[in-house]
Design a protein around this ligand. Sequence first.
Ligand code: SF4
Length: 456
Amino acid sequence: MSRTTQPILEVDGLKKYYETGGSFVDSLLGRSNTVKAVDGVDLTLQPGETLGVVGESGCGKTTLGRALLRLIEPTEGSVTSRQRNDDGTVDELDLTELSSSRLRDLRTDLQYIFQDPFSSLNPRMTVGDIVGEPLDIHNIASGEERTQRVEELLDTVGLNRSHAYRYPHEFSGGQRQRIGIARALAVDPEVIICDEPVSALDVSVQAQILNLLSNLQEEFDLSYIFIAHDLSVVEHISDRVAVMYLGEIAEVGTTDELFTAPRHPYTEALLSVIPEPDPGWEGNKILLDGEVPSAINPPSGCRFHTRCHRVIPPEDLSIEQETFRSVLTLKLYARQAESTTELVTLGGTGQLQEEYDETDPVAVDRVIRDTYEIPSQLPDTTAEETVSTSIERLVEAEPPAAAEKLDEVFVSPCEKQRPELEQTAETQVSCLLYTDEYNTGQPVVTDQTGDAAADD
Ligand code: SF4
């Protein structure tokens, strides 16, 4: 035990890998794959704070939340929980090392609110029993004392005491989420992981639940990890925000800093598409190409390089950054396309916009350059020769050979180097643009208005 003002929860190098194709025959044939759902996450949660965790669907945020409390077993890493005692001392425990019985005892301090209020409540139990169950499991209260505690908890979350005798199906989505919150509060926890707690609810009900969570935090001195895909919700409730991409942390900072001046290109893109109250507002929307890649075989180097609008061109190529991005996209799509027409549809709207002769070099050159927004003539001779040769290979219907040609010249440092989470003056960011090697001194930062501003 020691006296400390350290984080109440500290996550270090947390990983959660899954094996797919796990049958005996799969393993004989070497067909199993590793899904790197969470891949080396470091985070801290301070006492009394709300840390938002955001990212697109499939980024690993729910897996992270569950691995933190060992609802699923992490593959590697540590989760240090610091429990405050009444005398001011602190017990420090690594959750990943605890036996299941010790972990169950500790669950009175660490609770989880599930995403779906419709499936997370046992339909055969009364609300009183759902909320009272943790009191039974942890021998906290029984008999009259239990009944009283359940009624108090229902009061606390804005439900009626009479609701204790009813069943979950008799309640609306918002009311069910209140039941889930009451259940989490029953054991008087210090930390609650809220996993998309409002995403299944109507907007008006969302605001009520968010306000309830804020009030409860103040009243009971709670610390939250708040997982969500909706940035407006996260902005509303969080003190700090961690942005996740493909199992890794891209950026962490205070909500103000991160929403005013995002550093990481992924954060920048996410914020640029938050709907504005003004329907006529166009702003500088950054529309990312494609979907989040598979966590089975994540991209090399920076995992975001396949979609990043700021991807770094190689030093020895004299080319506009935007043009480099276009050629890189052509290269990445050519690796997976089975025909030139497929390559055209992949890079376009998903449908062939015009018929063209796949054997005509001039037609193929025009269609490919139009589709991928590559100028008809690149100023750099090597770059132009490489693109022209690769397009010739497309006329021969060999997209992978075209990709190979482009790979001789069009290789970004972002494909080769995996950035670490670096501390900048404002946020922690995992992007080569903020390292000494590639930082020009004034990386472009976009403020909320969509205007570019110099970072100082
Ligand atoms: S390292 Fe490169 S690809 Fe990754 S976010 Fe930074 S600029 Fe984009």
